[in-house]
Design a protein around this ligand. Structure first.
Ligand SMILES: [Zn+2]
Length: 189
């Protein structure tokens, strides 16, 4: 939505990692292997990729979706931006209850071919769940089981939640109620 309205490049660590993998860079191949085996890519690598991306694309504004996720990442980002003589203007914090997360994930479908995600309720498929972009099969993501989800919620509480006060202290945090649907949240804030 931000890209559409303001023409500012948006990226996420997932998008950066997929691009590295598709380009076949040594780092891309290494991280693809880590992700395939269920591991997490280290902060050091993520930070390195973010810095490269910022040097290439961040000259006239940028948006990171889902980054930083930890305090060490946030602190590294501050140093990168200081080196690039840039700064963060705003951090948008989407407040979402654990119940909302559970409800959304229970109803989420992902295309096995292109990765497009949608919700079972908004898709309204007649009989078969087919991707509107590539006709691939829409399935529930296999990492959506409850155990993985509980681990992620726990990680969020311990590692990501502290970022709210980190950014609150430098007065750039803006909270949005993420329990409403996305279009409503964007137009009312
Ligand atoms: Zn698809």
């Amino acid at each position: 939505m931000i890209t559409r309205q303001f023409g500012i490049p948006v990226t996420s660590t997932g998008a950066i990692l997929r691009r590295e993998r598709d380009l076949g860079t040594p780092l891309g191949q290494e991280t693809a292997e880590v992700l395939r085996s269920g591991g997490l890519v280290s902060d050091t690598i993520i930070i390195e990729l973010i810095e490269d991306w910022l040097r290439l694309h961040g000259g006239h504004g940028f948006v990171f979706d889902g980054f930083p996720r930890t305090l060490p990442q946030a602190e590294s980002l501050m140093s990168i931006l200081a080196r690039l003589r840039s700064a963060l203007d705003l951090v948008i914090w989407l407040d979402v209850s654990e119940q909302t997360v559970l409800d959304r994930i229970a109803g989420r479908l992902q295309c096995g071919e292109c990765g497009f995600t949608t919700s079972a309720s908004s898709a309204q498929f007649a009989n078969r769940a087919i991707c509107p972009y590539c006709d691939g099969p829409l399935k529930r993501r296999n990492d959506d089981d409850l155990g993985v989800l509980q681990t992620r919620l726990q990680e969020f509480r311990t590692k990501t939640e502290p970022l709210a006060s980190f950014y609150e202290k430098i007065s750039i945090l803006h909270r949005i109620d993420g329990n409403r649907d996305r279009e409503t949240a964007a137009s009312r804030n």
